[in-house]
Write a protein that binds this ligand. Sequence first.
Ligand SMILES: *Cc1c(COP(=O)(O)O)cnc(C)c1O
Length: 340
Amino acid sequence: MEINLISDTVTKPTSGMLKAILNAEVGDDVFKVDPTVNALEEKVADLFKMEAALFFPSGTMANQTAIKIHTNPGEQLICDKYAHVYNYEGGGVSFNSGVSCRLVDGFRGMMTAEQVEEVINPPDFYHSPLTSLVCIENTTNKGGGACWDFTELQRIKTVCQKHGLAYHLDGARLWNAMVAKKESASQYGEIFDTISVCLSKGLGCPVGSVLVGSKEHIAKALRVRKVFGGGMRQAGYLAAAGIFALDNHVNRLAEDHQKAKEIGETLLNLNFIKKVEPIESNIIIFEIDKSLMTEKQFLDKLKENGVSIIGMGQGKLRIVTHLDYTDGMHKSFLEILRKL
Ligand SMILES: *Cc1c(COP(=O)(O)O)cnc(C)c1O
């Protein structure tokens, strides 16, 4: 049995999803006449109680588009040092928007309102870049799937309002955060200017992300998406997968979280595991005691047993649970771990 735990992006469409894809009614979305894409956008906008939404081929493009519409070249955004927009989007912040990142030394990818306020450049001090945007990530990826305390997000919103800054949420795994913390999409829609959500991570779609915001922001985003080459034609086949996933795959994320917790507990009982970070959603980050086993030995042993996970550098290893990680696989994996 092959057990792939390197990411929640490794899933393949379920049979129900494939059926939805096959039955999708499509049109040319560049002319905005694909009924299924339009339905998906409306559905996501309604969920967040925001005015409009736009379908994207990737989360990176959705984030980069948001950054582009909220900033001008030469300006600066504020984000945590672990932020995906800073670490894993190919330098797109500077390439696409001519913007720099002011990094905050947060905790597990999360900042406090005080930390944010401290690094805002005074707008009349024209020697420094003009701060124009704050980017948040929930759950945090490099932070090990940590979920924000919603009141801190509200406090940062107050700081943004006070200083006239835009507020963007990279919600690639926001579904996980909402399920873990029993939150609603509309409470997020109320405080952020734009939110990107991913359909292909926890939700199991082959492709796709959605950006939500006001009509005005989404109208600007439509133009930027075109410039970035993200206009897709009969994209309704992909949007149909998204609609199916929103209807069927959100609540079940709790199962991924439960499995992640059980893996964490099993790891903690192994003598060569030095540390397991707190597990709040579907990501497990842990470290090995190098005097007892090297990272390579551990990964090789898992590989021999058909299990793939990845290293994150700096001695950290990562496991991500997902839709295609079945109960049967879970049982075998826990046994494999106990026997190591
Ligand atoms: C995966 C991810 C993205 C981008 O997703 P792609 O669809 O791979 O471009 C953005 N932000 C976070 C936090 C992610 O984990």
